[in-house]
Design a protein around this ligand. Structure first.
Ligand code: HEM
Ligand code: HEM
Length: 126
């Protein structure tokens, strides 16, 4: 697959489908102890991924190898954080949540670097 914006958006949509299903599950069970797992799956998994997808679509020069590294690190972070926060919030240890969180911030630092390396000229305002 070559399309980085599509990869980010497809990953995001997959996350929000799981996240919404998990939200319904919480509501049915009336147990909100793991709401932060739902929140972070939807926000990091869907909202951030969608922002990244639109960014890479708008700035094609940023769609290089480092952009794909950004995608993989971000996706692995989200995939580790979701079960990790569930485990942490149910008293089963926070190692996975920690590992996911560190990867999440590394992914954002990679994105910050990409952002700085791909400054585009501002379009003229009307
Ligand atoms: C079918 C869709 C969804 C359902 C059924 C659902 C359900 C829920 C439930 C039951 C809670 C726990 C509320 C509580 O602790 O009292 C919750 C929390 C939350 N949800 Fe959802 N949710 C859905 C979609 C989303 C989406 C799409 C997002 C973000 C893009 C989102 C973001 C959040 C956040 C940030 C919280 C934590 C709020 C807080 O701690 O106060 N949810 N959701
Ligand atoms: C390395 C990344 C992140 C870490 C380690 C982290 C950690 C946390 C922690 C420890 C809480 C408190 C949870 C609790 O009350 O039990 C929290 C809450 C929250 N975070 Fe994050 N966060 C991260 C990234 C983000 C991002 C990127 C967003 C939004 C785009 C976000 C949105 C929220 C929201 C809305 C809440 C309150 C909802 C809730 O308690 O479920 N977080 N976060």
């Amino acid at each position: 697959m070559k399309n980085l914006p599509f990869a980010f958006l497809a990953f995001g949509v997959a996350c929000v489908i799981v996240g919404m299903a998990y939200g319904i599950h919480m509501a049915v069970e009336q147990n909100f102890a793991t709401a932060p797992a739902h929140a972070h799956l939807n926000l990091l998994g869907f909202v951030l991924s969608a922002i990244f997808a639109f960014y890479y679509h708008l700035v094609p020069s940023a769609q290089g190898r480092l952009g794909w590294i950004h995608f993989v690190v971000h996706a692995v972070a989200v995939v580790l954080m979701f079960p990790g926060i569930i485990l942490a919030d149910t008293g089963h240890g926070d190692e996975l949540a920690k590992a996911g969180s560190v990867l999440a911030i590394i992914a954002m630092l990679i994105f910050a670097w990409i952002l700085l390396r791909n400054r585009v000229p501002q379009t003229a305002r009307a």
